[in-house]
Design a protein around this ligand. Structure first.
Ligand code: URA
Length: 245
């Protein structure tokens, strides 16, 4: 027999984006919540998350322990949960998602676009960001200057950036060079502060546009407009959490 997966009703509602525990208590008091079609006002009422049908004003609550969102990050927005000046990626979420204590898994610079994972699973975030797990990140970049075969070799051997840090081997692919601007793809294993920009600075070139395309097995869904997001599919989540040993 399956184990009974019990959880307090107020906790389940709060974790599902229906507000703080206090706001949820108000919902319960207002008679907004039913469990298996029976009105329930008791915050500590135990729910079997695998079996019980919980509804708020008739809308069923799909309980998931964690949330995983893929965003196509727009430029001009910071990868943080709060900021005194700038809009954050969390500000771009729907109200329901904003209540779920989500955070960006890793950072993209304010002017960088593209694939950003947003979750509330701290263990997954830790694993994805750990250098030991070798989660590759691939970027498309426009570079002011002509990127050469010599740069490819320097990146492959490990380029030394400011602070005297030598990066792990990175793969650089030149897509095209036109009017002194190079389109490239670069895959790095780490996520040092401004890493891609500093790698190109080390070879005396400047990144003028940067977009993340991939993180491990997770590919940016190009149908997402800048600023849009969607939940990961089960297949994406499985692929993302299958780490190298
Ligand atoms: N490298 C950078 O320089 N900036 C980013 O946003 C990501 C990687």
């Amino acid at each position: 027999m399956e184990a009974f997966e019990g959880m307090r009703l107020d906790k389940l509602l709060a974790n599902s984006g229906f507000g703080s525990r206090t706001e949820v208590k108000q919902l319960l008091k207002n008679g907004a919540v039913t469990v298996n079609d029976v009105r329930q006002k008791e915050a500590k009422f135990q729910i079997d998350v695998a079996q019980d049908l919980v509804e708020v004003y008739g809308e069923s609550v799909l309980y998931e322990e964690f949330t995983y969102l893929m965003m196509n990050k727009p430029p001009g927005v910071v990868s943080a949960t709060e900021d005194n000046w700038d809009q954050t990626v969390i500000d771009l979420l729907d109200e329901r998602d904003r209540l779920k204590k989500l955070f960006p898994v890793g950072r993209l610079d304010k002017d960088t676009e593209g694939l950003l994972l947003i979750s509330n699973n701290g263990v997954l975030a830790h694993n994805l960001l750990s250098p030991k797990k070798h989660v590759d990140k691939t970027y498309f970049a426009k570079i002011e200057g002509v990127v050469t075969e010599a740069d490819i070799t320097i990146f492959r051997d490990g380029v030394t950036i400011s602070d005297n840090y030598t990066c792990k081997p990175a793969e650089l692919v030149i897509l095209q060079v036109e009017n002194g601007v190079s389109d490239v793809e670069v895959t790095i294993q780490e996520g040092k502060f401004h890493q891609v920009k500093r790698m190109f600075e080390a070879v005396e070139k400047q990144v003028i546009y940067l977009k993340r395309l991939r993180m491990g097995a997770l590919h940016l869904d190009e149908t997402l407009a800048l600023g849009e997001y969607r939940p990961l599919t089960p297949a994406e989540l499985t692929a993302l959490t299958t780490f190298e040993k």
